[in-house]
Design a protein around this ligand. Structure first.
Ligand code: HEM
Length: 436
């Protein structure tokens, strides 16, 4: 979720001139201009609802699956093989996003201790202490909670008229699940959802938008105060739930500090919400275009591949970023040797990799029987592989099985809904459907 493509984003509105081609440009310059124009187009508001043609255009520009923009010190990777090699390499470092958040602010203080932005032993320590509480047994024990929350929400939806499934299901479900898992009070739900939105906006690139940065700063201050008080209270009087377990977790070097505890609790809250809540409507939109896949789901609602095939086609985290601490040697998508040089910012286009036709034939098609759906990179790979992957898979499988069983005639009434202005954590703002 790091964002060294800020250069592309901030210049997207203004640099169309620099990316323009003229008939007299040398070939290499012409190629650079095409890459810049294609990358910039990704951030145009009209591209976010359907960025896949832009990814395909980038892929066509270079068969190696690697496109460098030396001016921006960024390389964009479209191929599954190179994305996977970068994400799994010990030379690939996370954390560039932190350096783009200006100054010593509440927002930087909130982000800095998150495991997402750490590397090597300090990342292993933070991740290990959180993972000690977030065990597979704890996750599997949430199935009943997920089913209960899901039933509550679905029971409350009207069937006689159309309804916004984002507000009615996709936003509250993952938020309630992760809040209850953490042991947070339900009456604070609206505030938590506003806070996670701020974290998502920050990770999605709020730079250059002073109004948004001011809101994020105010929310970061509130989040830090709330979780610090709560963490102190829970250390003194442990309660059931993940937060107390995280506060108590210990390794050879001790426990999480208060700042580490509060920041990683906020990370779980935001990562647990702003991803699954985009996948639910995103998957339904894809299925609206592929009615045969919806019919196949209705025929077999608990097909074991549903979550992974939806993660592959939707990619709720569209891109990720790494900086290289050494020369990374691998093979390009064309099989040719490839070296990505030290210091390079690599933008791993996860969504493009998940539709790489050399790995996933007929990649736009939803195929529940696809034998290798689980090779998707929607949860990234390597050291920062999504810590909540098993919870996310459980939620997605339960939601889609329930929708297919209860509402086999579900119809998306607005197949071109408005999208949030966030390419990285991409999803529709609302999705109007008729359930009955
Ligand atoms: C559809 C759902 C989800 C998707 C697509 C997703 C995707 C991702 C991705 C791509 C990363 C890597 C980020 C990076 O390398 O910069 C990540 C990391 C992470 N995710 Fe998820 N995620 C999902 C759900 C969840 C849930 C439900 C939780 C927890 C409740 C969670 C917690 C985390 C955490 C803590 C990390 C950081 C891991 C680390 O840095 O070691 N995610 N996720």
């Amino acid at each position: 979720m790091t964002n060294p493509a800020q250069a592309a984003q901030t210049t997207a509105g203004t640099a169309a001139g620099t990316a323009a081609q003229t008939p007299f440009m040398p070939e290499q310059q012409r190629m650079q201009a095409s890459v810049q124009a294609s990358v910039q187009s990704l951030w145009h508001p009209q591209t976010i609802p359907d960025p896949y043609p832009a990814y395909a255009a980038l892929r066509d520009l270079n068969p190696s699956g690697v496109l460098s923009v030396p001016e921006w010190h960024v390389t964009f990777v479209t191929s599954h093989a190179v994305n996977s090699a970068v994400l799994r390499s010990p030379l690939a470092r996370s954390g560039a996003a932190i350096s783009q958040v200006p100054g010593d602010t509440q927002a930087t203080r909130l982000l800095q201790p998150m495991m997402l932005f750490h590397n090597g032993p300090s990342h292993a320590r933070l991740r290990g202490l959180v993972q000690a509480a977030f065990t597979p047994r704890v996750v599997e024990a949430q199935r009943e909670l997920v089913q209960t929350v899901l039933t509550e929400l679905l029971d409350a939806l009207p069937t006689e008229r159309d309804v916004d499934l984002v507000a009615g299901l996709a936003a509250p479900l993952p938020a309630r699940v992760i809040m209850r898992m953490l042991g947070l009070r339900g009456d604070d739900e609206a505030r938590f959802m506003r806070w996670t939105q701020s974290v998502a906006d920050l990770l999605g690139g709020a730079q250059g938008n002073p109004e948004l940065l001011a809101r994020i700063e105010a929310d970061a201050r509130e989040m830090r105060a709330y979780f610090r008080d709560l963490a102190d209270e829970l250390r003194a009087h442990p309660q059931p739930g993940l937060l107390s377990a995280m506060a108590a977790a210990q390794d050879g070097r001790g426990r999480l500090s208060s700042d580490e505890l509060l920041s990683n609790a906020v990370l779980l809250l935001a990562a647990g919400h702003e991803t699954t809540s985009n996948l639910i409507p995103g998957g339904l939109l894809e299925l609206a275009r592929q009615p045969q896949a919806w019919a196949a789901l209705v025929a077999r609602p608990d097909h074991p591949n549903v979550a992974d095939e939806l993660l592959r086609v939707v990619s709720p985290v569209q891109l990720d970023g790494r900086s290289l601490s050494g020369d990374l040697t691998t093979s390009g998508a064309d099989g040719q040797p490839l070296t990505l040089p030290v210091g390079m910012h690599v933008q791993t286009l996860l969504a493009a990799a998940n539709r790489d036709p050399s790995v996933f034939p007929d990649p736009d098609r939803i195929d529940w029987d696809r034998p290798n759906s689980a090779r998707h990179l929607a949860f990234a790979a390597g050291a920062h592989y999504c810590l909540g992957a098993s919870l996310a898979r459980l939620e997605i499988a339960e939601v889609y099985a329930a929708l297919a069983r209860r509402f086999p005639n579900l119809t998306v009434t607005d197949p071109t809904p408005p999208f949030k202005a966030n390419l990285i954590l991409r999803g529709p703002q609302e999705l109007r459907v008729q359930l009955g």
